[in-house]
Every structure is written in structure tokens, then in C-alpha cells.
Write a protein that binds this ligand. Structure first.
Ligand code: CUA
Length: 325
């Protein structure tokens, strides 16, 4: 890779070198066997060619146990290496660390909306600190999009109607491309943005220079009052709906006897399709909020419910101020 001709985007996340190493290994294996096989075809074609009309055709070869074992075992070994290596990188990419900073992503035709827990909202830009894992919880307002940051080797589909997640840990400050990697309409190619990876002090300065709208959870709290959710979901559990504090992360029983885990997906469904899974002991009387709340507001409500559960167990971890690199 010369500096003038750059075949690969720069490596700016912890997984980037691992993804590239696996990729180069795959290419190496493919090139090795392509050259070997094509080369032998040519060499043998020349070496064993029929030299004259009179030369008899040789007896066909049969058997060759050692050869057959070799060409079975060697490819098996190589594919197992690829499988094991690939699986380990796959798990790394799909399992965010517990201490990751959470950021919400809402995609729509044709922009990226990003929300920090602290309240900052960005469009087609994301500011994050270097050296800290970031987990993205993503959804779409319309069609399928895909969150793609080549420098992080991160690409994950963003789907309407559900939450998907991905994560990365940037390793060097800089400005990196964000693309949409799923064809999503006429302006798909314009659905682009920038990731700004900042030194922690710069990031803190950026955060504190943000809006005064309040955190995601506090906006959710306000919405919880404004939409009158609070009238039925009373904190003491005396309302017509279940109390929602302390609920997140628990497993509850629903009508019909099944158990469901209270996660983002369940909360989302309960707001938009309240009849789908009724908490045991309650009447199916909640109206749907489909069309009344936006994806952004859904996230705020969910974050409020999450935060109220978190408040009682452990304080939200304050951003670690690691030394820059
Ligand atoms: Cu969004 Cu392509």
C-alpha cells in the first residue's frame, strides 16, 4: 500500500487491524491456491503433452490414498482455521463491552440523527472521545439503512421497527467518513456524514458546550408527563397500568403465562402495539402511540424508563478520563 495509492482505509478502531489481518489471510490463501493450481495445470499440460501421433495414451491413474487424504485434510485444516479465526473476530465485533458509552442512532431518508445520553443531538456528525468503546443502538424511521464507517471496519444494518446495535472503540483522533451502505432511495449516496474522534479533554469541552435541552432521560421524563403516561403508570403501582420504574432488565410474566424480558424492543412494542404483550394482571386498555411519537421520542421514553431502573442500583458511570493514547 503506497501512500499515494491507498487501497485500504486507515485503521482507526481496535477491531480494524484484526479485520484486515483476517482479510489478508483469506486473500493470501486464495492467491496461493489459485497460482498453485493454475501453475500446475500449465506445467503438466506441457510436461505430459502427447509428443507424436504414435505415442500411446497412458493408462488412466486409479487410486492414490495418500494423495486423497492429503487433499482432504489440508483444505479441512485451512477452512477450520478460517472458521475459528472468523468466529472470534465476529464475536468481538458483535459483543460490546459493558462499559461502552451508549449513543442512539435514528436513520431516515436521508440523514443520520445521533443522540448522546447527555442530551447532545447531532445530524450527520458524531463526536466521540478516543480510546473509549461506543455502543450504537440504532433504528430507522423508514427503510433499511446501513451504518458504515470504513476506518473502523464497522458496518451494520439499521432496520425500521426494531433496534440493532453495533460498537467500536476508536484508536486515534481524527475525522472519518460515515456512509450509508444500503441502497435506500434516490439520495442514498448523499446520506453521508463525519465521525469526529477527539482527545478526551476536547471531547469534554465539546460536551459541555452542548445544548441545554437536558439529558435523553430527562426529556423522556417530561414526555412521560406530557403524553399522560404517568396517569396510568403510577410510580406506586396503583394505576391502571404497571409501574415502570425498576422494570428495565427484569423478566416479567404476561397474560397467557409466558415470560418476557423487558428490554428496549419490548418497551418499544408496548408503546406502539400495547395489545401485543399484556403484563399479567392488567387490562388491555392502553391505546397505541403509533404515529403519535417519533423514533426520537421513543428513545427518550425508553431511556427514561431505563434510567429510572438504573437509579436505584448503581449510579451511571461518569465518563472515564483515560490518558490520551
Ligand atoms: Cu440510507 Cu442508503
Amino acid at each position: 500500500m503506497g501512500s499515494s495509492l491507498q487501497l485500504f482505509p486507515e485503521q482507526a478502531s481496535t477491531v480494524a487491524p484484526q479485520v484486515d489481518a483476517l482479510y489478508f489471510f483469506l486473500i493470501g490463501v486464495a492467491i496461493f491456491f489459485s497460482v498453485l493450481i493454475a501453475g500446475l495445470v500449465v506445467v503438466f499440460a506441457v510436461k505430459y503433452r502427447r509428443r507424436s501421433e504414435q505415442e500411446p495414451a497412458p493408462a488412466p491413474a486409479t487410486g492414490g490414498t495418500a494423495l486423497e487424504i492429503a487433499w482432504s485434510v489440508i483444505p479441512l485444516g485451512i477452512t477450520m482455521v478460517i472458521f475459528g479465526w472468523g468466529a472470534s473476530v465476529f464475536f468481538k465485533i458483535n459483543r460490546p463491552p459493558d462499559d461502552a458509552t451508549e449513543i442512539y442512532v435514528v436513520a431516515k431518508q436521508w440523514m443520520w440523527k445521533l443522540q448522546h445520553m447527555e442530551g447532545q443531538r447531532e445530524i450527520n456528525e458524531l463526536h466521540i472521545p478516543v480510546g473509549r468503546p461506543v455502543r450504537l443502538k440504532m433504528t430507522s424511521e423508514d427503510v433499511i439503512h446501513s451504518f458504515y464507517v470504513p476506518a473502523f471496519r464497522t458496518k451494520h444494518d439499521v432496520l425500521p421497527g426494531r433496534y440493532t446495535q453495533t460498537w467500536f472503540q476508536p484508536t486515534k483522533p481524527g475525522k472519518y467518513h460515515l456512509f450509508c451502505a444500503e441502497y435506500c432511495g434516490t439520495k442514498h449516496s448523499g446520506m453521508i456524514g463525519w465521525i469526529y474522534v477527539m482527545d478526551p479533554p476536547d471531547y469534554q469541552a465539546w460536551l459541555s458546550g452542548g445544548t441545554a435541552e437536558g439529558s435523553l432521560a430527562s426529556r423522556g421524563d417530561k414526555l412521560f408527563q406530557d403524553l399522560a403516561c404517568v396517569n396510568c403508570h403510577k410510580k406506586d403501582g396503583s394505576g391502571r397500568g404497571p409501574a415502570l420504574e425498576d422494570l428495565f432488565g427484569k423478566t416479567i410474566e404476561i397474560e397467557g403465562g409466558q415470560k418476557v424480558a423487558v428490554d428496549e424492543q419490548y418497551l418499544r412494542e408496548s408503546i406502539l402495539s400495547p395489545q401485543a404483550k399484556i403484563a399479567k394482571g392488567f387490562q388491555p386498555i392502553m391505546p397505541t402511540f403509533q404515529g403519535l411519537v417519533t423514533e426520537d421520542q421513543l428513545l427518550q421514553l425508553i431511556e427514561y424508563i431505563k434510567a429510572s431502573a438504573k437509579k436505584n442500583e448503581k449510579p451511571t458511570p461518569t465518563p472515564a478520563r483515560k490518558e490520551a493514547r
